[in-house]
Design a protein around this ligand. Sequence first.
Ligand SMILES: NC(=O)c1ccc[n+]([C@@H]2O[C@H](COP(=O)([O-])OP(=O)(O)OC[C@H]3O[C@@H](n4cnc5c(N)ncnc54)[C@H](OP(=O)(O)O)[C@@H]3O)[C@@H](O)[C@H]2O)c1
Length: 324
Amino acid sequence: VPEVHPNLRDAAQSPGGEALGRLVFETLDVDEAARRCSVVFTATPHEVSAEVVPRLLDAGVEVVADLSPAHRLRDPGEHARCYPRVPRDDALATLAIYGLPELTRDRLAEARLIAVPGCFATAVTLAMLPLRELHGVLWDRITVDAKTGSSGSGNAVRAHGMHALRSTVVSPYAPVAHRHGPEIVQSLRDHGVTSPSRPPRLAMSAYGVNAVRGLSVSVYLFVEGEVDGANLRSAFRRTYRHEPFVRVQAGASAVIPLPDPKVVIGSNFCDVAAFADPDLGHIVLIAALDNMVKGGAGQAVQACNVRYGLPEDMGLDALPLFPA
Ligand SMILES: NC(=O)c1ccc[n+]([C@@H]2O[C@H](COP(=O)([O-])OP(=O)(O)OC[C@H]3O[C@@H](n4cnc5c(N)ncnc54)[C@H](OP(=O)(O)O)[C@@H]3O)[C@@H](O)[C@H]2O)c1
């Protein structure tokens, strides 16, 4: 284990090599998992999750929280367009509960399959949720600009991930049609954020930046006529006043005044902020989170805490590492 995960050296085995029991590494056996576990988290490639999740549920595992996108999109056509190499059980996808507690807390208590949201989708959806209180938003003209560190694409070795190519640059890798777009639109529709008379159209571009962890998203929208900045900011404060993991930033004087991955790394926080250019009717929303925590594993734990009625922040009370 320490050869692959040096940070887990003493968590997995003693210097003498015997297992310590806190972390056990085993080949996946679904029947054995069903015998010993109530909950299984699958942090596996899309194709593996599509194959293994139904088997785990059939074998009797009570809850599976899948971090892959295999069961996030309900519409089979959208799924086939975004993930053509991932055949999955469409009926299971309709049963899956989207694991964004700020949006689906009420439904998670019944979940057998939790489809943990994508990292960018989490940040964009949390940035946009308070807009359901706003009138006149032009939902058919949403633009998202998304930037991520290198850990967003996992541990596979790829030529374009080499330090020599990746460092000191901003690299566009999905200028159009990012696969988290349909996931965001599905959530906005499901939760009445967008107006039924104006179906959302969301254009999303993604870039790799010179960082390991963390992501930042900017969402650009227009409203009909002028926009009231104070109204916008109070919608954010109202929406998130009781949320343990979403922090609204007001751009006040601080060392880092706006949402920035730098101040959330290692934590389950998502920082959000909203700005308005009143005369142009232009809104800019900014969000930042750690793609491996609120954008991945932390969110999966948060959703399972809600599922079992545990304190929502159980196991998630780490403060951000700073500076990181
Ligand atoms: N990275 C992120 O920021 C992020 C955020 C949210 C969601 N996700 C999603 O989470 C999933 C994992 O992402 P990742 O970045 O952690 O990818 P990763 O670094 O490539 O890790 C994938 C893991 O799955 C294991 N695996 C592969 N095939 C398997 C099989 N047949 N049975 C059991 N285990 C198998 C791999 O083991 P070996 O190393 O031994 O091959 C590896 O540990 C993906 O679906 C991804 O889309 C990732």
